[in-house]
Design a protein. Structure first.
Length: 272
């Protein structure tokens, strides 16, 4: 059996370690208290993030019907009746795009959205197309509009983002698919974005994805994906609720990252 390597420092080596420290005990105390305070705030934000993650996971399980059920365990007050089920393609058009040669990628222009961009919650893009290239391919295949839902067919499969504005973007064919919820009558983009995170959707995607080491969720199984859904008003309430949870999480994540950077900088600047 292979042993486990444990990194440690001997008592002798610790005894011989040189320390630099201010001679003033008051300054030592202030330094210690400053970092204790930073660590305390960092811990609080980490706990809030963990609580939000657990809350969201629980609500995704309880606010959508379990397999075979027609009502969820928890729903907003005032809503009654069974949810419906339908294939995604019956509720909205599911679209793929062309694969654009690398030679046409540019460093500025219209964002060319890949699976990694969706994974990073970023529709501003890191690769771009010229206006002429975008117009050519948009005329051939169409392009996402405000209110459409983009989702990964490769990479982090099923990761979904709602297109929030009217800015031009084009998506990488095969890697990113999208649903024309902007033109759907009975399916809202906010709801579908959340639905992709539900256990019901994840179970289907896990079974439907194809490939060996590199898995893909292609157009046909995406079109056939079963969607359970309530009324338009209840869809809106569910979508807004989970958007609120995601916004809270993002706020605490930014604060945590900022505090961690402050601590790293202060450790460098407050010690010789």
């Amino acid at each position: 059996m292979q042993g486990i390597k444990v990194t440690s420092i001997s008592k002798r080596a610790l005894h011989d370690t040189l320390l630099t420290y201010p001679s003033d005990r008051k300054e030592q105390s202030q330094l210690g208290n400053y970092f204790i305070h930073l660590d305390h705030i960092i811990t609080l934000h980490q706990r809030k993030l963990t609580k939000l993650q657990l809350l969201k996971k629980s609500m995704l399980t309880k606010m959508f019907p379990k397999d075979g059920a027609r009502v969820p365990e928890i729903r907003f007050q005032g809503f009654h009746g069974d949810w419906k089920e339908q294939r995604l393609s019956k509720l909205a058009e599911v679209k793929d795009s062309a694969r654009i040669p690398n030679s046409l990628w540019t460093s500025e222009g219209v964002p060319y959205i890949r699976a990694s961009d969706l994974t990073n919650d970023d529709l501003s893009g890191t690769l771009f197309l010229s206006s002429d290239t975008f117009s050519f391919y948009k005329n051939r295949t169409g392009a996402p509009e405000k209110g459409d839902v983009l989702f990964n067919g490769g990479g982090e499969i099923g990761k979904a983002l709602l297109k929030p504005d009217d800015s031009d973007i084009y998506v990488q064919g095969g890697a990113v698919l999208y649903v024309k919820t902007s033109h759907a009558e009975n399916l809202s983009g906010e709801y579908l974005t959340t639905y992709f995170q539900s256990p019901f959707a994840k179970d289907y995607i896990n079974i439907a994805q194809a490939g060996g080491t590199m898995k893909h969720f292609t157009l046909q199984p995406a079109q056939d994906m079963p969607i359970v859904y309530p009324s338009d008003e209840e869809q809106h309430k569910i979508g807004v609720y989970f958007q609120h949870l995601d916004n809270l999480y993002a706020i605490h994540q930014r604060k945590l990252s900022k505090l961690q950077k402050i601590k790293q900088a202060m450790l460098s600047k407050l010690f010789v």
